[in-house]
Design a protein around this ligand. Sequence first.
Ligand code: FES
Length: 133
Amino acid sequence: MSGGPNKAIYGEITRLVPIHIGGLTFDVPDDIPLIRAFQYIQFELGRMTCDWSRFCFNDTIGCCAFEFRAPDAEAPDWGRACCQRVVPGLVVHTLPKSSVMLDERGEPLREIPAAPPPPKPGKRARPPREELP
Ligand code: FES
């Protein structure tokens, strides 16, 4: 796609990794803030639309709240897309406000397809928030 923002907003892209938005899978730059990955999906892949002028991009007003499941977690959690970094296999359940997924023709998707199932019991769960560095 052309006409998007300066690609420097993504930082140095070392590799692309898959993340899931519901049942849709997108390869995005690894270890960047998820809000930048959403912009990558919009401007580089043409599969999302969002009014980014509504976002602070700096974790001050909670404008980018979204529900997600880390790859090793058994249950979803809420976070801020400007704080959560991309990891392979991250599952996004709900998008920040005003974000809309698009199909391959650029038409809005009314519903996001179902997300992949959570990991089988016995896999390591994400540590409680207090234990995170
Ligand atoms: S972009 Fe505003 S809190 Fe994340």
